[in-house]
Design a protein around this ligand. Structure first.
Ligand code: KIV
Length: 276
């Protein structure tokens, strides 16, 4: 029986919903978000999952990589996104060094994202090396999303942002890692920047959903960094990004008109001013 009140908020998307969507062949739409206002807009527009990604290091903080992002920053951003999200599932990234040292530390940090920030699940990068950690976190009741392929926290190890797993050895390892993550209890896996045929193979091999970014159309869902799909970023244009807006241009032009209005005395008008 549903406990939802008439006219109340829509039912929350859960990890169960996400897994069931794959079983029904329904595609999953995910975007990143880092603050309350955008979270509210994206949630109202019908997004299934909001990821508070450590890509915040790039698009919100201006770092070259995601490595400088801290747990305290993730807790803060996640808490703002959670307050804006009435319907969707909110997944928070465990940042670099929050889960690599020990499984105990990883569990403590995952717990902070759930308890202090109100996240509904956490995400971490890697395969066989993190499977034990995933199991520990899931056993504590915290849902985990995996992340394979181009994992940005390992960018200095890779030395390049090129497509991953193009050779048979790395492709085989990725399939094995995806299976391990599913066995360890992950409810979904992000596949980043890998050949589409490999993503299709992984998607067919798993009962949990794959969410692709630069991994082709066969994935069970897609994710983009919100700043890229809205065109807030200007010069970052890998082929997997589809820009639905060119916001850097619209915002630049709006601010230009505002500056001109202020300088000319055209803003504020009589209607925009108080008599008492
Ligand atoms: O941090 C992030 O935004 C991500 C997505 C690119 C999947 O991990």
């Amino acid at each position: 029986m549903s406990t939802q009140l008439k006219g109340g908020p829509p039912p929350r998307v859960t990890t169960r919903t996400i897994v069931d969507m794959k079983a029904r062949g329904e595609k999953i739409a995910m975007l990143t978000a880092y603050d309350f206002t955008m979270s509210r807009i994206l949630d109202s527009a019908g997004i299934d999952i909001l990821l508070v990604g450590d890509s915040a290091g790039n698009v919100m903080m201006g770092h070259e990589t995601t490595l400088p992002v801290t747990m305290d920053q993730m807790v803060f951003m996640t808490s703002t996104v959670v307050r804006g999200a009435a319907r969707c599932l909110v997944v928070a990234d465990l940042p670099f060094m929050a889960y690599q040292v020990t499984a105990e530390e990883a569990l403590r940090n995952a717990g902070r994202l759930m308890q202090e920030a109100g996240a509904h699940a956490v995400k971490l990068e890697g395969g066989s090396t993190v499977a034990h950690t995933v199991r520990k976190i899931v056993d504590a009741g915290i849902p985990v999303m995996g992340h394979l392929g181009l994992t940005p926290q390992s960018i200095y190890k890779f030395g390049t942002y090129k497509v991953r797993a193009t050779d048979p050895d790395e492709a085989g390892q990725l399939i094995a890692d995806a299976r391990l993550l599913q066995e360890a209890g992950c409810f979904a896996v992000v596949l980043e920047k890998i050949p589409q045929a490999l993503a299709a193979q992984v998607t067919a091999a798993l009962s949990i959903p794959t969410i692709g970014i630069g991994a082709g159309p066969a994935c069970d869902g897609q994710v983009l960094v919100m700043h890229d799909m809205l065109g807030l970023t200007k010069d970052f244009k890998p082929r997997f990004i589809r820009r639905y807006l060119e916001l850097h241009e619209s915002i630049g032009s709006a601010v230009g008109r505002y500056v001109a209005d202020v300088r000319s005395g055209g803003f504020p008008s009589a209607e925009e001013s108080y008599d008492r």
